[in-house]
Structure formats: C-alpha cells, structure tokens
Design a binder for this molecule. Structure first.
Ligand SMILES: Cc1cc2nc3c(=O)[nH]c(=O)nc-3n(C[C@H](O)[C@H](O)[C@H](O)COP(=O)(O)O)c2cc1C
Length: 184
C-alpha cells in the first residue's frame, strides 16, 4: 500500500469479528511498535498483549464503567494491547524537567501509531484508548507500581461490512502555515 493510502485506511475500529489475530500479524504489529523512535532512544515502553480469558475480559471491562459506555466494544476485541510507560532514565527526566516537555508521551504515541499502521497494512483494525481504569488494569495484569498505563489498543478484524469512514480532519489551511505563525 502507498503510505498515504495506508494512513487513510487506518481508522478507529469499534466493532470486531470473532476471528482471532494470526500470531505472525501480531508479531509484525509489535515489531513496528518496538522500532519506533523515542527521545534519546529511551524506548520508555512495554507492551502487554492480552488475549486469554479471563484477563482479556477484565482489561476490557476496565475501559468502561457506569455511565461511560463508549469503550464497550473492547468486549468483542480478540486482543488488547496494554502499553506501559516506563520511568525514563535520570538524564531524560532532567532534560524533560528543564524543557518542560513530556517526551515519553510523544514516544508512546509514535509507537502506538506504528502498531496501528502495521495492523492496517495487514487488514486488522485497531482503536487507541486513553480512557480506562488504570488501577484495575494494573491489578489484573500484575503491573508494578512504578509503571504507568499509557494506552490500551484494541486489535482484531473489523466486523464484516464495517465501513471505511471519511476522515474528519481540520482543513490544511487551519493547521499549516509557512515561515511564521499565522493567526486564524
Ligand atoms: C490518545 C488517544 C486516546 C483515545 N482514546 C479513545 C478512547 O478512549 N475511546 C475511543 O473510542 N477512541 C479513542 N481514541 C480514538 C480517537 O477518538 C480517534 O483516533 C479520532 O476520533 C480520529 O478517528 P480515527 O482514528 O478513526 O481516524 C483515542 C485516540 C488517541 C490518539
């Protein structure tokens, strides 16, 4: 697939078929994520792939609760990838403090998109989720307290007939300017 075509093919998938993810496709997604760039090559991530019951359902349930129903589709997803943020090395922590930037969040965002793009290339659907109960996920997966759950990504084949939606994005003139900042 041409790269821009791949970009347009990737979309958040919120309805999954029961078909499991082939291990070689899963491996490619993880490899794509692992090879992502990061500040000082710190690679501040860990990936926990959750496919087995009852853990898969426990993690799925931790992405919605009470009135918040929008992540309920996770119950159908055959795999959930929990992305952990590791504490960056001391040098990175100092640099982030000095520059008042959270590079580690940028780092896992890039890795997450690598994973999702590779999935799209292999005909799989994904949805990144920032809304979840961190405490419940950490408890279920035995995650040490010094790690943070950064994102949960659902992974699987989209339900048959799932439409490729038009991407709603701000127009280019609203988000791009050349040479200097241009007030809108
Ligand atoms: C950091 C982050 C957190 C997100 N959290 C959620 C979420 O909790 N639930 C959900 O359904 N979608 C979530 N999304 C998906 C966005 O809603 C989606 O990417 C956006 O609407 C653009 O649509 P598209 O992915 O289909 O292009 C998240 C995306 C990102 C990047």
């Amino acid at each position: 697939m041409a790269f821009l075509e791949l970009i347009n093919t990737r979309q958040s998938v919120r309805k999954y078929s029961l078909k499991p993810v082939e291990p070689e496709k899963l491996q490619r997604c993880l490899e794509a994520a692992r090879m992502a760039p990061s500040a000082s090559n710190s690679q501040p991530w860990r990936f926990i792939v959750v496919q087995e019951e009852p853990l898969r359902t426990e993690v799925a349930k931790a992405t919605f609760s009470g009135a918040v129903k929008f992540n309920k589709f996770t119950m159908q997803a055959p795999a959930l990838v929990v992305m952990l943020l590791e504490k960056p090395r001391m040098l990175n922590r100092i640099a982030m403090l000095l520059k008042k930037k959270e590079w580690k969040l940028i780092d896992i965002g890039i890795a997450a998109e690598h994973l999702c793009l590779q999935a799209a290339e292999d005909g799989l659907g994904t949805c990144m989720m920032g809304w979840f109960n961190e405490h419940e996920i950490k408890k279920a997966l035995n995650i040490p307290s010094d790690k943070t759950v950064g994102l949960v990504i659902s992974l699987g084949y989209a339900e048959e007939g799932y439409p490729l939606r038009k991407k709603i994005r701000k127009p280019v003139e609203e988000v791009v300017s050349y040479e200097t900042f241009k007030a809108r």
